[in-house]
Ligand binder design. Structure first.
Ligand SMILES: Cc1cc2nc3c(=O)[nH]c(=O)nc-3n(C[C@H](O)[C@H](O)[C@H](O)COP(=O)(O)OP(=O)(O)OC[C@H]3O[C@@H](n4cnc5c(N)ncnc54)[C@H](O)[C@@H]3O)c2cc1C
Length: 432
């Protein structure tokens, strides 16, 4: 990371920015004024939602905050490629909701939201109960558009895992790789833009190659990409050439990479404009994506399937009392990442506390950092800083940067250490 200066870093959204975000500390106009009796419901206990719930209570301790999430624990997608690569366990990426409740006073409800009555300001849960809110925050992540790929449906995910929501799918893909013979072929079909975690498929390719190199060196990886380029491409390819020789074959869309159809029974992908059937021993098809289903059901999405918001506050353009952030939202230049969702959760918490206290929203800087491992000891990164400008979140020129090419192995090892430190830091900030 070259140009990510300390001056820019301290201006971005972090724990230390809490007072500046909410206006706390100004005599007589603290953020809790007018917010104590308010009830905010947060839908989704993933990266964005858990951050928003925690920081609502941090900024306004008397506020009532209810977090609704169907799963008893959360498995982070970040770090899930380490599990797939065989050097981390599922328990290493599992997060509990205990601290949100016991340390921060968030009311954590295990359930799925199945409907919202925006007029009455109530949400309906899958057990039939209804809960009313003053403000609703939604961070339901992504869902998949299986209908864009002929031959495969959601029911096939048990045989052909996407592993793009961490948990059972991660463990399933790992077990398939373990069962694959030495000399087998792993075929991965990354999703088209826009999608959750732009460097994620390429980190996965790297770490599957790492596993094969150790345990199944005669195996091969074929990447059938619907795109002609990808995030940190030069850096990934430099690492692949150095560590994996010709094990990885990346095919760009315009060079025969575009998958046309999947035959689930034969485990083949029709590619190259129908001229080639690529046979897989393990197939990782990652479908095209759109906002989490509940955002569609509530009528918050645009024609492209994402949620348009006021990018200053993440308030939905469709409803004045609903805020949507994280992967589901349209967030200008910010990528769909955990780091972005974490920053956005704090922006939403501050915006709600300020609004309920009668204050105008402020314009905080926010940041994204995406670390990726090419091997467990070889890390690369990209970072950027964003502010709201001309109606959208745009990058701040001169801030952020990418890892240099041609760096020494000790530099790459240090970035791998930063990757693990980043994981420890963000998980403690969100769920700790
Ligand atoms: C392989 C992989 C690697 C990644 N690596 C990185 C990385 O290194 N760095 C990084 O910054 N990002 C990374 N990401 C991206 C990151 O995981 C996501 O961008 C981030 O989790 C988005 O947060 P979110 O809150 O929008 O969604 P999520 O974290 O997915 O949370 C959504 C939550 O909403 C819940 N939910 C959905 N519908 C309902 C409903 N109806 N009622 C109640 N709850 C509901 C879900 O159960 C889920 O817990 C990676 C992603 C993948 C797939």
């Amino acid at each position: 990371m070259q140009n990510f200066t300390r001056r820019n870093f301290i201006k971005t959204v972090g724990i230390g920015g809490a007072a500046a975000l909410t206006g706390a500390g100004c005599a007589g106009n603290g953020p809790s004024n007018g917010t104590a009796a308010a009830h905010v419901i947060v839908v989704g206990g993933g990266t964005g939602g858990a951050t928003a719930a925690k920081y609502l209570k941090t900024f306004s301790p008397d506020m009532q905050v209810t977090l609704i999430e169907p799963n008893a624990t959360y498995h982070t997608c970040f770090g899930s490629n380490w599990v797939i690569g065989g050097f981390a366990a599922m328990s290493d990426i599992e997060q509990s909701y205990d601290a949100l409740n016991s340390r921060h006073g968030v009311n954590v409800v295990q359930g799925r939201v199945v409907g919202v009555d925006a007029g009455a300001r109530t949400v309906r849960l899958d057990d039939g109960s209804s809960v009313s809110y003053d403000r609703l925050v939604m961070s339901p992540g992504i869902d998949f558009k299986y209908d864009e790929m002929p031959g495969i449906s959601e029911a096939d995910a048990e045989r052909i895992p996407h592993a793009w929501k961490a948990g059972n799918q991660t463990a399933l893909l790992r077990s398939q790789l373990e069962a694959m013979p030495n000399g087998g072929v792993f075929v991965i079909v990354p999703p088209p833009n826009p999608f959750r975690c732009p460097p994620g498929p390429y980190e996965r390719i790297s770490l599957v190659a790492h596993y094969f190199k150790q345990e199944k060196p005669r195996s091969k990886i074929i990447v059938l990409d619907p795109k002609d380029g990808f995030s940190k491409q030069g850096l990934f390819e430099e690492g692949w050439a150095e560590h994996y020789g010709d094990m990885i074959e990346w095919r760009a869309a315009s060079s025969g990479g575009r998958a046309e159809e999947i035959n689930v029974n034969e485990m083949t992908v029709l590619a190259d404009s129908g001229f080639e059937r690529v046979k897989a021993d393990v197939l990782n098809f990652i479908p095209a994506q759109h906002a989490g289903q509940i955002a569609h059901d509530v009528g918050l999405t645009n024609d492209a399937g994402w949620v348009p918001v006021d990018q200053l506050t993440f308030k939905s353009e469709m409803d004045d009392n609903i805020y949507v952030m994280g992967d589901s939202s349209v967030a200008g230049a910010m990528p769909k990442s955990g780091h972005s969702a974490n920053n956005q959760g704090k922006i939403v918490a501050a915006a709600i506390v300020r609004e309920l206290a009668g204050h105008e929203p402020i314009n905080p800087s926010s940041a994204n950092t995406c670390y990726s491992l090419v091997t467990p000891d070889y890390g690369i990164s990209v970072a950027a800083v964003y502010t709201y400008q001309d109606g959208a979140l745009g990058g701040v020129s001169g801030a952020g940067g990418v890892s240099p090419s041609g760096a020494s192995s000790s530099f790459r090892r240090q970035e791998a250490e930063y990757t693990r430190a980043w994981y420890a830091g963000i998980t403690s900030d969100v769920w700790g």
